[in-house]
Design a protein around this ligand. Structure first.
Ligand code: COA
Ligand code: ZN
Length: 317
């Protein structure tokens, strides 16, 4: 396998995950989780979103969360925004980076942000200006990049046209999001090969959901293409409220464990990440989909069953 030595993880659980939690997570608990993730050495955190508070009431405390977190040097704190109003709020709240959102499919874009793709592009043009003035980085995410729950498979040509429109308004970092876990590894590989050849020099991120258990295989396919940025979610929280059938992102600690086992560095302290995931389970009050919290790391060993030790060849028994 052709794997990079190092990948950069962006934790999105407190945004993609907390946005869809049925019970409001108290602001203090959100701050606590962001701080635990920082302490684990996570290099990028999408802390919250600056969207309409009536549309996503779970994140209506975005300003208070940004104001309350401890800023670890070395971690980049970002927030998701759909328009310039959100960008101004995010900049005022002191984000290091803005992550924008629009979809590759018209129906999901309308359902999610109440605009056509063309109208979204105009809003994002204004977002780019706000970000430039404030000198904050921008990453442009594309929801339903590979498949849309309303329209089905998204052809590569359509995805390419959305990437081109983003590049035309100044995007230099593009996130391809598989919003409802429809993509498969071969499709991800083909799309990335196609796009990376046409748009050299961009920073590519893959944002996966494990809805159909293809998230880590898709990440492996993207790494083989040279992608080194991935979004993931603590415990496997996550899901878009405006995409039917959406479920959790790839689980951060499962991904970091898998990468570590293969010798790919993330700079993240896996034990602290696992501890953070346990705390998040307490906060949301239910077990989360992550596997490593249940199984332990691959280095876990169990005591031998009765009588087996004495019968092991070569032990002198
Ligand atoms: N934050 C807070 N308020 C906002 C806002 C933002 N980012 N953007 C717009 N508003 C306010 C406007 O000021 C206006 O307020 P007013 O009625 O008091 O004048 C009102 O919302 C309507 O503005 P409009 O531009 O017509 O927005 P809309 O009602 O068409 O909603 C979005 C568009 C994008 C703001 C809304 O659909 C949204 O927040 N979507 C986010 C969805 C999301 O987070 N999905 C999950 C992540 S993938
Ligand atoms: Zn998502």
């Amino acid at each position: 396998m052709k794997l990079p030595e190092h990948v950069t993880i962006c934790e999105v659980g407190t945004r993609d995950g907390f946005q869809i939690e049925p019970d409001f997570i108290p602001t203090e608990r959100k701050i606590e989780v962001v701080n635990l993730l920082s302490d684990a050495g996570v290099p990028r955190i999408e802390v919250t979103s600056f969207v309409h508070p009536k549309v996503v009431p779970a994140l209506r405390d975005a300003e208070a969360v940004m104001a309350g977190i401890r800023r670890r040097p070395g971690t980049r704190y970002a927030a998701l925004v759909p328009n310039d109003k959100g960008a101004v709020r995010a900049v005022d709240a002191g984000v290091d980076a803005i992550h924008t959102v629009l979809s590759a499919s018209e129906s999901h874009n309308l359902a999610n942000v109440n605009m056509t793709i063309a109208a979204s592009i105009e809003k994002l043009r204004a977002v780019m200006r706000v970000a430039e003035r404030a000198r904050v980085a921008v990453g442009c995410g594309i929801s339903t990049s590979f498949g849309c729950p309303f329209e089905g498979e998204v052809p590569i040509a359509r995805l390419e046209s959305v990437v081109r429109r983003l590049v035309d308004i100044g995007a230099r970092a593009i996130g391809l999001a598989d919003t409802t876990g429809m993509a498969n590894p071969r499709q991800v590989g083909r799309a990335l090969e196609h796009l990376m050849a046409r748009f050299p020099g961009l920073e590519w991120t893959l944002h996966t959901h494990d809805t159909r258990a293809m998230a880590i295989p898709n990440i492996l396919a993207a790494m083989e293409c040279g992608v080194t940025h991935f979004d993931s979610s603590i415990g496997g929280l996550g899901g878009c409220p405006f995409a039917p059938g959406a479920s959790g992102n790839v689980c951060s600690e499962d991904l970091v464990h898998c990468l570590g086992a293969m010798g790919v560095e993330t700079g993240i302290d896996l034990d602290r990440l696992i501890a953070a995931s346990r705390r998040v389970q307490e906060i949301v009050g239910r077990p989360l989909p992550g596997q490593i919290v249940k199984a332990g790391k691959f280095t876990r060993r169990y005591p031998l069953p009765d009588g087996v030790a004495a019968r092991l060849p070569g032990t002198g028994a």
